[in-house]
Design a binder for this molecule. Sequence first.
Ligand SMILES: Cc1cc2nc3c(=O)[nH]c(=O)nc-3n(C[C@H](O)[C@H](O)[C@H](O)COP(=O)(O)OP(=O)(O)OC[C@H]3O[C@@H](n4cnc5c(N)ncnc54)[C@H](O)[C@@H]3O)c2cc1C
Length: 455
Amino acid sequence: MRHVQYVVVGGGISGAILLHRLASTGADVLLLEQGDRLGGVIRTNRFAGALIERGPNTLQTGNEYLQSIIEELGLSDQMIATDSAAHHRFVLRSGALIAVPSNPRSFIETPLISLKGKLRLMREWFSKPNVQGDRDESIASFVERHFGRESLTYAVDPLVSGIYAGDPKELSLRHTFPLLAELERSDGSILKGMMRRGKERKRSGEPRRKRNIFSFRGGLQAIPDAVERKWGEKIICGADVKPLERTEDGWRVVAVQEGGIEVVRAEKVVLAVNAPVAAELIEPVGKKLSETLRQIPYAPVALVYLLYDRSAIAHPLDGFGLLVPGEEERGVLGIIFSSTIFPSRVPEGKALLTLFIGGMRQPDLAEQSSEALVALAQGEAANILSISKAPEMAEVTRWPTAIPQYIVGYDRILAGLEEGEKSLPGLHLLGSYRGGVSVPDCVKSACELADTLSR
Ligand SMILES: Cc1cc2nc3c(=O)[nH]c(=O)nc-3n(C[C@H](O)[C@H](O)[C@H](O)COP(=O)(O)OP(=O)(O)OC[C@H]3O[C@@H](n4cnc5c(N)ncnc54)[C@H](O)[C@@H]3O)c2cc1C
């Protein structure tokens, strides 16, 4: 039986970065991963000569933790920016694709919001400081109160779908867009608050931080692969961890592998798996914590990749992609123009589209058969982008628990998680259901936990 200081269960980005940071301090750590490689939902594959991302597609700059990790893993020279043609984003309104306005002039001219909707939005300037007190509020209620219904329908609802595959009526504003909650408290009006912040930044000489979107030449799998190369002897893949057992001085972790069973004793265990799996692994030792974890809803998402001859698509595909408001009643949440974002990732003369289906809006659609998903995706893509021929290749990925939902009342869940960890010394929880869902957020949470554990 092995004895180690730390066992990390789960080798998604959260577990992989925690392993890297702990191992870098010389800690005795072992990572157990169920799958055959690190990365979790980050998975880059080649398909019909194209590079496809089965989970996250791109990352955003501006997170110092992620920047440090990229440097530590020697990946800086593999970073690639999105193509300049991928600048625009589109939203579907009444079947037409409309570019999201990016400056005051395009805002005045855009048909995305009607004149009445724009006047309502500008009236926000006169919003009074929060009359709701410190009550948690949904994104939908907040946006409607400040900017009106049309802004919610055609700007915020598609955005929330794009980030969380979520429902703005269910998600907590405070836990998804904390800056807006803060601006309401400080300035009453969000528009006024943003202008004040801009002026303050100018006065202090602080440069405007521009966030860029990027990936790596070989796809996002580059990060977990680099961790695997660096710390391979501290990683066991194909290890399916079973519910935890406590011992007098720590934890007994049992993992089932193809060749037998691995039993490890550890002083500390970090569960870097999603909330439903963490609930299952904790059940025998912490019923209450397990129940709290089970209260976290997850949005299911299916991704369909369609590869076309470029000439078959009438739309210029001159942007990052498009988002679909719920009001449009379509079968897709959005479409990414993958071959515009990274043109070198597809064979010459081809176009690759990635369609997102399901989410909290239509969870059942994500669970359909691959054939049904491809048929739905193909029909929607043809209709929205005027495509005259069938795709040359189609591929599907399904994530039944894709994105955790930070719902109204999430404070209570977070408090339950904290209390549960306190009641089980040596047990720590890590993952996208706390501290933010994006990859940079997960990296930050992992680095912060590594710092806490190393103190
Ligand atoms: C479709 C999709 C698109 C996304 N797009 C973006 C994007 O463009 N940009 C962005 O920043 N973020 C995006 N995200 C969010 C981000 O990718 C995730 O939040 C993040 O990668 C989650 O990482 P994690 O390590 O916490 O969890 P996971 O990736 O779920 O990793 C958990 C790991 O635990 C392992 N495991 C489970 N059970 C066991 C067990 N019993 N024993 C051992 N191991 C086990 C799993 O195999 C897995 O490897 C996207 C997410 C999805 C699903």
